[in-house]
Design a protein around this ligand. Structure first.
Ligand SMILES: NC(=O)c1ccc[n+]([C@@H]2O[C@H](COP(=O)([O-])OP(=O)(O)OC[C@H]3O[C@@H](n4cnc5c(N)ncnc54)[C@H](O)[C@@H]3O)[C@@H](O)[C@H]2O)c1
Length: 298
């Protein structure tokens, strides 16, 4: 894994395969970004239906980019043709890098990487898109934790220029260097964080979203006024409730619980409103309702 050719470079045609685990919000965005940069991509999920749904979301993200004149129609087709779908991890064996984007759950990620260590080629890098779980804890039971690294993309992936790189305590320096080169080959700017819960960005974001939920819960202001206050008062492009709906309330809650477990600091105590909404399956855009309603897409 040593080919940091920039996006659009003709050498992109020799890029090796990226295997993306989980075809949800982030996995589909990561697959889209890698395909645009010239990588062949396999997008994997637990069922054909979910993998295909992820691929359809890639098409929609490309359509959005075409409508904003950020992508030509021909490039859209070429990038889409680079992505295929899979069920199960077997086809990870042909990938140079595996990017895991399954739900934010430590046991699930540990199990996945245990299986990926067998399924992937021995030299392949294993990367997790976790937004809060310590990489060292995810890789605790691996035979070779040196090949596991954190590679944290942002949502929506095609539009967000940042990637957070998180070396675990056992990650080898050559793996860190190759992963940085990979991230830069996607046209992203890389910041590095120590391996502590929530890294830099999620730690900041979690408090911001949670505080908004507490204010709504306490009746300090309405949903719309809180969103307007963050947008107009701080120049945030989205209000906290709009952002929570985009992220997914289940993911936002899982992150707060990871921060609480990791720091035992009351500032990470999740607002009960978030927990109730997750129990009610009001997870945001992905379930059609969160703090706002979202009409069903055809
Ligand atoms: N949503 C965000 O804004 C955001 C941003 C950055 C990072 N992340 C992180 O990315 C990861 C994924 O989050 P998401 O928002 O895409 O979640 P999501 O719920 O949209 O998607 C997760 C996908 O993983 C699939 N999955 C579940 N178990 C699996 C398994 N064993 N093997 C393969 N696939 C499996 C699910 O079917 C689902 O399609 C999480 O670790 C999250 O913390 C999320």
């Amino acid at each position: 894994m040593s080919d940091p050719t920039p996006p659009g470079d003709p050498r992109a045609s020799v890029r090796r395969r990226v295997f993306v685990v989980g075809a949800g919000i982030m996995g589909s965005g990561i697959a889209a970004q890698c395909a645009l940069a010239g990588y062949p991509v396999t997008l994997e999920d637990v069922s054909e239906e979910l993998a295909r749904k992820g691929l359809a979301n890639v098409g929609r993200a490309f359509d959005h980019a075409v409508s904003r004149q950020k992508l030509g129609a021909g490039d859209r087709e070429a990038a889409l043709a680079r992505i295929d779908v899979a069920i199960g991890l077997r086809r990870a064996d042909s990938a140079e890098i595996v990017v895991e984007a399954a739900p934010e759950n430590l046991d699930l990620k540990r199990r996945l990487f245990h299986d990926l260590e067998e399924a992937a080629a021995p030299g392949a890098i294993l990367a997790s898109n976790t937004s809060s779980l310590p990489i060292t804890a995810i890789g605790q039971e691996l035979k070779d934790p040196g090949r596991l690294v954190g590679l944290h993309f942002f949502n929506p992936v095609l539009q967000m220029p940042l990637i957070e790189l998180i070396p675990g305590h056992r990650t080898r320096p050559d793996v860190v260097a190759s992963t940085r080169a990979f991230a830069e080959s996607l046209g992203k700017t890389v910041v590095t964080s120590a391996d502590t819960p929530g890294f830099v960005t999620t730690r900041a974001l979690a408090v911001l979203l949670n505080e908004a939920a507490w204010m709504l819960y306490e009746g300090v202001a309405t949903r719309d006024d809180i969103d307007a206050a963050y947008k107009l008062g701080f120049h945030h492009p989205m209000g906290p409730f709009e952002l929570a709906d985009l992220v997914g309330l289940d993911t936002a809650l899982a992150i707060l619980d990871v921060l609480w477990d990791g720091f035992r600091d009351s500032k990470y105590r999740a607002c009960p409103l978030l927990r109730t909404m997750v129990s009610a399956k009001k997870l945001g855009r992905k379930t059609g309702e969160g703090f706002y309603p979202y009409p069903a897409r055809p």
